[in-house]
Ligand binder design. Sequence first.
Ligand code: VGL
Length: 203
Amino acid sequence: MAALKLKKALLVVDVQNDFCPKGALAVAKGDEVIPVLNKYIKEFSKNKLPVFVSRDWHPKITGHFKKFGGRWPQHCVRETKGAAFHPKLKLPNEAIILSKGMDPARDGYSAFQAQDANCTDFLNLLKIFGVSEIYIGGLATDYCVKFSALDLLRHGFKVYLLTDAVKGVNISSRDSEDAIKEMAACGAKLITFVDFAKRSVKP
Ligand code: VGL
């Protein structure tokens, strides 16, 4: 298949009910990322640029959960309401849904462990779409956003971290701050929607 001439893409990480207030693994103010992400989604969509949307999609029994030796309460069990995207997230029809965390032996924090509905993994999708720059936001700063961003940087992608569209779990109060520093130290550029609006997103 000929690669499309698209260079930029958006990755919206895990904006699911369980990571939002009242969810099973609620990130404080997690839902506040939604209106900002909706603005980014609209821009990418308008410019016909790919919008990737990841989700935790766990089996009921997985070593990721406390009950089975992991560190987290049960959350985002596939096909449940907790695993559904937050209803206020405005996803375009052409959004590419990436599921991860299906392997009970792996935490599956990174989008590099995710696949689309045809079981094509994220890295291959990025190659197919000809993407070289990724704008990333969502939940949670200190886990899935961080691991996805670091994997992208490791593979040579240019990464823009949307600092006004991320929130962290913060098991320790500075975790998100440290995660942002680590992503920046590895080469991620930190931007807000104001910076984004100033640059052209057209391919
Ligand atoms: C996540 C903690 C546990 C995330 C997933 O989406 O960042 N965090 N599982």
